[in-house]
Write a new protein. Structure first.
Length: 415
């Protein structure tokens, strides 16, 4: 689906969808628990459907009633399963070790850029822990065997998803385990979300500076769980306000009580707005190591900040739904901005305004939504290709955008 957006300021109230990161983890924990759990306030995006589908194949069952999901845990896991992860990297990397811990011989499928997402940490670490991989650097691939506990050496600067996957799986193993970080952990807040969710479901993890210690033979406990709103989705509207819109966000959790790293968007936006009002236009450096998902929308904000901005430690964005460094730069530049890609990030030169233009989202939901926010204050129309990529994480974004007054037409309207 292609869209034409005619610039118009947004105003009104919006409810932010549930955290996708928390929802993945809560659904997996509930599926691994004995008994019935109720997960409330879940947004049914394509990625969440993918996680529910693979958990169903592994032996869990789900009943959906609006945004509430009742989960019956997998009393007897499946012996064999074909698991379609669609385009969800979280589903793939969380479920590989979980399926292995259950002893389920599994064949993994995916589409889009997912077959290119690396899993070499798992093929290296799990292959001497009872698991056999039939893997040729793409999908489909298969795993067999039953995962054992032990010592795992994991790089912290590639993806926190590998650590989360192991934290979900290793409590099911008979013997104790330890995950030793061999480099500085980036995206630590995502691992904090995991350990917090595990605690709710009765799993205890001991954390030191460079290790996670996991007792074996733990039992997941069913419970009721409320998923909080997603700061990474709220970031689009927080950015919109910072560049001149007037949106009330009704349901954000208290940042002081949330483990989500993307709450950092509040601090970034407030700092930029304060400096702009005060006439302070010094260079800004944003370390994206813990907040990679914010980079597209932060790039929109920083383009209009009046300051030169350096985004660093964002090299992992090259293996997202798109090469998100290249596609973010292309989005901003096509709208009249000035962004240069570096080895590990972006250099953003300030511009007075976005002039409009054509953006290809490259089937990346965050590029599509960031472009729509930029369009609200552009001086000319913005054409966005492949906008239905938003279904991956925020299927109601376009509906909310229109409710806020956004002027949208289907197709590329050139006249």
């Amino acid at each position: 689906m292609d869209l034409t957006i005619t610039p118009k300021k947004l105003s009104g109230n919006v409810n932010i969808p549930a955290s996708k990161s928390i929802s993945h983890r809560a659904l997996i924990c509930a599926a691994l628990a004995d008994g019935i759990s109720e997960i409330k306030n879940v947004t049914m995006s394509e990625d969440i459907h993918a996680t529910m589908d693979v958990l169903t194949k592994l032996g869990a069952s789900f009943t959906v009633n609006g945004n509430c999901i009742t989960v019956a845990g997998m009393h007897t896991p499946s012996d064999n399963a074909v698991l379609n992860c669609n385009e969800s990297g979280s589903t793939l990397r969380f479920i590989i070790p979980v399926a292995c811990a259950l002893g389920t011989t599994s064949e993994f499928h995916g589409k889009g850029r997912l077959p290119q997402r690396p899993i070499s940490i798992y093929t290296r670490e799990l292959s001497d822990k009872g698991i056999t991989f039939d893997y040729n650097n793409t999908m489909p691939f298969s795993v067999s065997g039953k995962l054992t506990g032990g010592e795992y050496h994991i790089e912290g600067d590639i993806s926190s998803q590998f650590i989360t996957g192991l934290l979900l799986a290793l409590p099911l193993c008979e013997k104790d385990s330890v995950i030793k970080l061999t480099s500085t952990l980036q995206s630590r807040p995502y691992v904090d979300i995991t350990t917090d969710c595990l605690r709710h479901f009765g799993i205890q993890i001991t954390e030191t500076e460079n290790e996670y210690i996991i007792k074996g033979n733990q039992k997941y406990r069913s419970c009721n769980f409320d998923v909080e709103a997603d700061f990474s989705q709220a970031a689009f509207f927080i950015t919109a306000n910072a560049i001149g819109n007037n949106i009330n966000i009704d349901n954000l959790p208290d940042p002081a009580l949330s483990a989500q790293g993307d709450k950092k968007i509040i601090e970034i936006a407030e700092s930029i707005c304060y400096n702009k009002k005060a006439g302070v236009f010094e260079d800004i450096t944003i370390d994206a190591s813990d907040i990679p998902d914010l980079v597209p929308t932060v790039s929109v904000l920083c383009s209009l900040s009046g300051c030169r901005t350096f985004i660093t430690n964002a090299q992992r964005l090259r293996i997202k739904e798109s090469d998100r460094l290249e596609t973010t730069a292309q989005m901003i530049n096509n709208l009249g901005g000035n962004v240069t890609v570096t080895e590990d990030g972006l250099v953003i030169m300030p511009v007075d305004k976005f002039t409009g233009g054509t953006v290809d989202s490259f089937n990346d939901h965050r590029i599509a939504m960031a472009a729509a926010i930029a369009a609200s204050v552009a001086t000319g129309r913005v054409f966005i290709k492949n906008f239905d990529s938003i279904k991956k994480s925020y299927p109601d974004f376009l509906t909310d955008y229109k409710k806020l007054g956004g002027t949208v037409q289907n197709g590329i309207i050139l006249e």
